[in-house]
Write a new protein. Structure first.
Length: 437
């Protein structure tokens, strides 16, 4: 019986030594980066032709790269956010239009997101082991890997969102708010609802320290500065729309269609492009894309005003569609990979494995909130601090979803933050288990 105690102590020492190696070894960090980069490089060998939204973005980027302008059917348009096509057009000018150019640019964005996951993990959770564990969890996340070859906005937008959060959290002077505003402005050109997250981030900063009421004026000024710089970043596009379209469109978007598909008598809480209400609107003659989107927005808002009870009843369904499924990258391979039919079983197996992995991540994300609150309460610390940034971004995405519609791809940008939070939880549990042993 007594022999078990030395054995337990030895096991604890080995576990503690392994965690110390993981947190402090340069070789361990290089191994994590290899696990991050190599699968994303490998997936670029799978040719995925742009379809649906990706095809639209790539067509606009190709037109811009050729110097023809932002056109739809040969005419200037202000439909859909231009940020991703504008960025992609620069890549196409340098490397030529190709799926490989898209993949390499996404790979660079993904690596930047990985670095920001590591940097933000250190800042938000105060430990190298937690930061590295978060990067490791993101490195092997199949849906994150699967997006890299796709001509969709998610990989690029996630890098912008992470960069804005990192600069805001780590700023050392008020001057740093200017690049924060520029980044959030560019992100707004990619996804028009981005600026909703700025007040949430400043709310966390407001409540994380004492003397909250004295600090209100300064934080309001800082938040206003960020929003003003973001608006100035977007302004040239708004002016272009007025000049070429003939009326003001502040930020191009397809939000009207998304609003209508999530809010009408046949809505299910999910984004359904074939919704009969939207189909009927698309068939109406004499309307361009911007006018159709504006009409869709009007119809959606009118339905919400006339059916407040149904609107509220749809909210849980929208949240379920946002947060329960994962692995939607497979849809792009299903429509754009020539050999998908021959390898459908393999793609589906990866999808199921990804869903299980995602489910564990989200369970860990929920558990980490309560564990962190309990830890800080026992230590006599304020429970509101920068560690809430991942949850603030999750709330931002949820607010957008309950108003518009639930789509699983909307939660893609928060997943690096989820991974770093779960990374903290795993590292914390391992350290405590080693100490108890």
């Amino acid at each position: 019986m007594h022999a078990t105690f030395p054995a337990a102590r030895n096991a604890a020492r080995r576990a503690d030594a392994a965690l110390a190696w993981f947190a402090g070894s340069r070789r361990a960090l290089l191994l994590i980066w290899a696990l991050f980069v190599l699968p994303r490089l490998g997936v670029l060998l799978i040719e995925v032709l742009p379809t649906s939204d990706a095809a639209w973005y790539v067509d606009r980027a190709t037109s811009l790269a050729a110097g023809l302008g932002y056109l739809e059917k040969g005419e200037p348009t202000a439909f859909w956010p231009p940020g991703w096509p504008l960025a992609l057009s620069v890549v196409f000018r340098l490397a030529g239009p190709s799926t490989m150019a898209i993949g390499l640019f996404n790979l660079a964005s993904a690596v930047l997101t990985g670095w920001l996951t590591l940097a933000l993990g250190r800042r938000l959770f105060g430990g190298e082991a937690a930061a590295r564990m978060g990067l490791l969890l993101l490195a092997v996340y199949p849906n994150s890997i699967g997006y890299v070859p796709l001509g969709l906005t998610e990989v690029f937008y996630t890098a912008l969102l992470m960069a804005g959060c990192w600069l805001l959290v780590t700023r050392r002077s008020a001057w740093m708010l200017i690049p924060v505003g520029v980044i959030f402005g560019v992100a707004t050109l990619v996804k028009a609802q981005t600026l909703v997250v700025v007040p949430l981030l400043f709310a966390i900063e407001w409540l994380r320290a004492g003397d909250v009421w004295r600090r209100v004026p300064g934080l309001v000024l800082q938040g206003t500065l960020v929003l003003a710089v973001a608006a100035l970043t977007v302004l040239p596009w708004s002016m272009r729309n007025h000049q070429q379209i003939g009326h003001w469109v502040a930020v191009s978007t397809n939000g009207g269609f998304t609003l209508l598909t999530g809010n009408n008598d046949s809505a299910t809480g999910d984004y359904t492009p074939a919704d009969p209400v939207v189909t009927a609107l698309m068939a109406r003659p004499g309307l361009d894309e911007v006018a159709r989107d504006a009409e869709a927005k009007r119809l959606g808002m009118a339905w919400i005003a006339a059916n407040p009870g149904k609107f509220v009843m749809l909210m849980p369904k929208k949240l379920a569609r946002l947060w329960l499924p994962d692995g939607e990258a497979e849809w792009a391979y299903q429509g754009g990979h020539p050999a998908y039919a021959r390898r459908e079983g393999l793609f589906r197996a990866v999808r199921y494995a990804n869903q299980a992995y995602y489910g564990l991540l989200m369970l860990g994300f929920a558990a980490a909130f309560f564990v962190m609150v309990a830890r800080r309460h026992r230590a006599g610390e304020r429970w509101i601090d920068w560690w809430l940034v991942p949850y603030g971004v999750a709330v931002y995405l949820s607010l957008i979803a309950v108003v518009f519609s639930g789509q699983s791809r909307f939660h893609y940008p928060v997943m690096p933050l989820v991974c770093m939070t779960v990374g903290w939880l795993l590292a914390d549990l391992m350290q405590r288990a080693a100490r108890r042993a």
